[in-house]
Design a protein around this ligand. Structure first.
Ligand SMILES: Nc1ncnc2c1ncn2[C@@H]1O[C@H](COP(=O)(O)OP(=O)(O)OP(=O)(O)O)[C@@H](O)[C@H]1O
Ligand SMILES: [Mg+2]
Length: 378
């Protein structure tokens, strides 16, 4: 039964600056940032902070959550956010100048020269009430702007939050010619399996009017965690690809999820027959396990996992049909071979849940062909 969610809007998938109502699993980091900011606010001095983490871990949303939800609720301060990505220093300063003039309701004189713009910005910033600046995506090409902003903030008792990925963080703060001035830093960690799952589920609730099954949400999370270091960005990208299909009423099958995450799994069009051929030379049992598993998954397209008890049952039936004997240990050993060769994967939620990345039909064909070949040779 599908319950339409009236509030769901795809904005949470397509707007890179979207901030969810609740920022999940960042309480400790938010507390740290608010605490430091509160001290500076109450004792009347400026503070500079760097937020960093691996790309896609949620740096932008973290800084924007602080800026758009926490600061307005807790402090009497202006907030200005500028995304520096792919912008020249002039463009960045021009945007800062624009925004501060708008906040202060001051008329702006158009300028195109970096020094003139900076003078205008400085004058306006000095004259307005306390402001928290976020400069997102600092890198080598614009660190100069951040450095100037951080210095100015000390002078005028404003605060800055510089946001940069781990690569640029190392480059700019550990290098010899470092200009980066900051008082403290917030290093954002990658999420655990269950945290990533919560984030994906929350986003599905916010954006899919008809939802997605738990299985699909788990499957997306499993794949992102296994192949992409648990970056929520990749999960949201996958949801973005699934959204039009789910919206048009199509059932989201494992094939569709695989297609939506194909970019992050390194499994391109390798020849699986080769791999299967090598691992299964004379290994009848492994082929049988693979056959049973892939047969089930190709028959049940909305099932993204097969659990071990079901698999055991299917294998037992196959063995009976073929008149072979197999112990539980035989089955387990074969399964471990397939897991070890990255043909079958165990879910991070439970080792009992197994999934594949190659379309199951392909695995099935390969397994059956090889098994017949072995029989013929005997
Ligand atoms: N704790 C969280 N709660 C809810 N959503 C989150 C959380 N962390 C990240 N996200 C979501 O994950 C996606 C990626 O986050 P974000 O764009 O902030 O990453 P980023 O680290 O800035 O990436 P980039 O390297 O591209 O700048 C966004 O849709 C964001 O809303
Ligand atoms: Mg970002």
């Amino acid at each position: 039964m599908n319950m339409m969610r009236p509030r769901a809007s795809p904005r949470g998938l397509f707007d890179p600056y979207y901030v969810p109502d609740r920022l999940l699993h960042r309480d400790r980091d938010l507390r740290l940032l608010s605490g430091v900011y509160r001290d500076s606010y109450e004792s009347d001095y400026g503070i500079n902070c760097l937020v960093h983490g691996i790309s896609g871990v949620g740096m932008t949303v973290f800084s924007r959550y602080f800026l758009t939800k926490l600061v307005p609720a807790q402090f009497d301060a202006h907030t200005i956010y500028v995304d520096a990505k792919m912008k020249s220093c002039t463009e960045i300063v021009s945007e800062l100048t624009d925004k501060i003039h708008r906040l202060a309701h001051r008329p702006i004189t158009v300028a195109f020269d970096l020094d003139v713009l900076w003078m205008q910005f400085k004058r306006a910033a000095r004259a307005t009430k306390r402001t928290v600046f976020v400069l997102d995506n600092i890198d080598e090409t614009n660190e100069e702007v951040y450095a100037k902003l951080a210095r100015l903030s000390k002078e005028i008792k404003a605060s800055t939050i510089g946001v940069l990925n781990s690569h640029d963080y190392r480059l700019l703060t550990k290098g010899a010619a470092t200009h980066m001035s900051y008082d403290f830093e917030v290093a954002l960690d990658t999420y655990t399996q269950s945290q990533l799952y919560d984030i994906v589920r929350q986003r599905v609730q916010d954006t899919f009017p008809f939802g997605l099954t738990e299985e699909v949400i788990r499957y997306v999370t499993d794949i992102v965690l296994e192949f992409d270091a648990g970056r929520p960005k990749s999960s949201i990208e996958a949801l973005k690809a699934l959204w039009p299909l789910a919206q048009s009423g199509r059932e989201v099958t494992s094939d569709l999820v695989r297609a939506a995450t194909a970019g992050i799994t390194t499994f391109a069009d390798e020849d699986y027959t080769d791999i299967i051929e090598t691992i299964s030379m004379n290994d009848f049992m492994t082929l049988l396990v693979l056959e049973a598993l892939s047969e089930h998954l190709s028959r049940h397209k909305t099932e993204t996992y097969i659990d071990r008890p079901t698999l055991n049952e299917l294998i037992t039936i196959k063995c009976e049909e073929l008149g072979v004997r197999a112990t539980q240990e035989d089955i387990e050993r074969s399964l471990q071979t397939l897991v070890f060769q990255s043909i079958v994967f165990e879910s991070g939620y439970s080792r009992d849940l197994l999934y594949v990345l190659v379309p199951p039909e392909i695995l099935y064909d390969a397994a059956v062909t090889m098994r017949r070949e072995l029989l013929r040779r005997r």
